[in-house]
Design a protein. Structure first.
Lengths: 296, 308
């Protein structure tokens, strides 16, 4: 298998993996802290990508600035939705099943609103912009500048997120809350503030990933659902609510997918992805790194 | 008791109305009725598993697509009734095989597992079709709209009666007890595994046949639209907005959305979808137990002053 020796392959695999890790961490934060199933997560990536596109086309603002604008915009959207909506949804959860269902419906509603607003504003045809399209070569690796920047930013962000959750007080608080909400509020943590923070960070990471994706791929209003599903695959592999597990499995999954596509061809990509997902859920529903059993 | 009687009369009127609908209206409105009954049949059958046991399936489109696929494959070689029945039987069989391992996981795991399974089914169908060199299958000489209409009416009625009766049977109580407290139910002697599996299989049969009827109506089979995960999400939304607890709730949800889509979709597809999204969001915050739960609360409040 000579593909494993090419640097090209590792660059592509790392980029895919780092983006999966970012997107999945956002999903994991919202599920882990509040038990809300965010099926609109992929749409946030789409929003980030359209922000980069319209800032560049409309105002000539480069995508590097859009990294900040896109992240801030989706994070702000998250804050508004948390204060105006998610707080209420959380109160409807008389039992866990009802909360799962209600959160599915609310986020399904949000996702179709975002999709169709985007379709009205930008039409359904794919949009892309040419900015970092010169090709750079290092040794045997040729990569467009857009991909290289996306790779560097994505990896940096992944590392930053890991460090944040390992060492900062706020990061520890979020992890403690995910472990046990009751215990966290007993020791005096402001649970609602941490919820708000988790939504902002989670949504912001999705927006950031969207800006990065827009640097080398075209943007469409209905690109979100496959991203959402892939992100769920990743966080279930890593164990729901397990932030480190999700990051690692995002990277692993990106590498596996890139490798798998190289071997079996792109047409079987989805069969491979969902096949792996189903097998993992059936064999180890607690995730690859989870210790706690969820099977009865 | 009074309320039950009123609901039964209203539903009876609805089905009688649907029975004479094609005679009173034109072909376009008949096809609107066909779509409405399709959603009724799908949501009612979904309720039997997900409404009653609390295992939310986000993969019911897999059965719908499978039924459509079997009809398309058997087109011209098998009698139509046989491929329709085969679609239903194959769906039940798949539900039994898949259900045995997957009904062990609850909550979000089951939701995502069913979504993953339906996506796996979709892409498998896509790959099988493309490796067979098919870009789509045309179904020439399908039965007339009227024939399909009455077949769908029968299915919708069967689905409703099934969900209604199951809810009021001892078996239905067993399913509800699984939703409320699965371990407790098991301790008290409810055969939970068998009950869940049976509910999954029963709730898969009707989507399997519905898919077959719909593909004959469109006259064309293509894997991507027939296995579209949006169909699963729409089923969940309709059933939950109506109130998933009992058969009349999802019926209400299906009617509500079918009429809304008819009024708006053709002229303003995007605005319609935005409105649907807004309604979903608002409904969950205003009526977290669905339209049926809301109406129950109203009628209780109105009766309270008289009684007390």
């Amino acid at each position: 298998v000579e593909i494993l020796q090419s640097g090209q392959f590792y660059a592509a695999a790392l980029l895919t993996g780092a983006l999966y890790a970012l997107v999945a961490t956002g999903l994991n934060l919202v599920y882990g802290t509040m038990r809300l199933l965010n099926v609109a997560h992929g749409e946030l990536v789409m929003v980030g990508a359209y922000i980069a596109y319209s800032l560049f086309i409309g105002l000539g603002v480069g995508p590097l600035w859009s990294l900040f604008v896109g992240t801030a915009f989706t994070a702000g959207l998250g804050a508004l939705l948390y204060l105006g909506l998610f707080q209420r949804v959380l109160r409807t959860g008389s039992d866990a099943g009802r909360l799962d269902a209600n959160s599915l419906i609310v986020f399904f509603g949000i996702s179709i609103i975002l999709q169709n607003v985007a379709a009205l504003a930008f039409s359904a045809s794919p949009r892309s912009y040419a900015y970092f399209d010169q090709i750079l070569s290092f040794a045997d690796v040729s990569i467009t500048a857009g991909r290289l920047i996306a790779l560097v930013v994505a990896l940096t962000s992944v590392v930053a997120v890991v460090l944040f959750f390992r060492f900062s007080t706020l990061g520890l608080a979020v992890r403690a809350l995910i472990q046990s909400r009751d215990a966290a509020s007993i020791v005096g943590m402001d649970v609602h503030r941490i919820y708000l923070f988790s939504v902002c960070l989670g949504f912001g990471l999705a927006g950031l990933a969207g800006v990065l994706v827009s640097m080398y791929e075209s943007t469409q209003p209905f690109m979100g659902l496959p991203i959402t599903i892939t992100a769920f695959v990743v966080i279930i592999m890593g164990g729901l609510g397990n932030l480190t597990g999700g990051l690692v499995s995002g990277l692993v999954f990106g590498v596996l997918e890139t490798f798998g596509v190289a071997v079996v061809g792109p047409s079987l990509r989805s069969v491979l992805v969902y096949g792996v997902f189903v097998v993992i859920l059936l064999v180890r529903p607690q995730g690859l790194f989870g210790g706690r059993s969820v099977v009865k | 008791m009074m309320r039950n009687r009123a609901v039964e009369i209203a539903v009876g009127c609805l089905f009688v109305g649907l029975l004479v609908w094609p005679a009173l209206t034109n072909a376009y409105l008949t096809s609107v009725g066909f779509t409405l009954m399709m959603w009724i049949a799908l949501t009612q059958s979904w309720t039997i598993l997900s409404g009653m046991t609390g295992y939310l399936s986000l993969g019911h489109v897999a059965f719908y697509g499978l039924g459509a696929y079997i009809v398309a494959l058997g087109w011209g070689s098998l009698p139509i009734w046989l491929s329709l029945a085969a679609g239903g039987a194959a769906s039940a069989l798949v539900a039994l095989i898949v259900g045995f391992p997957s009904l062990r996981v609850r909550g979000p795991y089951f939701v995502m597992l069913t979504l993953g399974l339906s996506e796996l089914a979709k892409y498998s169908a896509v790959n099988i079709e493309s490796s067979a060199g098919q870009t789509g299958r045309l179904l020439f000489g399908a039965p007339s709209l009227i024939t399909l209409y009455y077949a769908m009416l029968a299915l919708a009625l069967i689905a409703f009666v099934l969900a209604y009766c199951v809810r009021r049977s001892k078996y239905g109580l067993g399913l509800l007890s699984i939703r409320e407290d699965e371990e407790g139910a098991q301790t008290l002697g409810v055969p939970t595994v068998r009950y869940k599996l049976a509910a999954f299989a029963v709730s898969a049969v009707i989507p399997g046949i519905v898919g077959g009827l719909v593909v004959m109506r469109t006259g064309y089979f293509e894997p991507l639209p027939q296995f579209d995960p949006l169909i699963s999400l729409t089923i969940v939304a309709m059933a939950m907005i109506g109130g998933n607890d009992d058969a009349p709730g999802p019926l209400l949800g299906a009617i509500f959305f079918a009429i809304l889509s008819e009024l708006l979709w053709a002229q303003f597809p995007q605005l319609y979808m935005i409105l649907v999204g807004a309604i979903l969001v608002v409904m969950v915050t205003v009526a977290p137990d669905g339209l049926a739960g809301r109406m129950r609360a109203w009628s209780q409040r109105r009766r309270a002053p008289e009684g007390g």
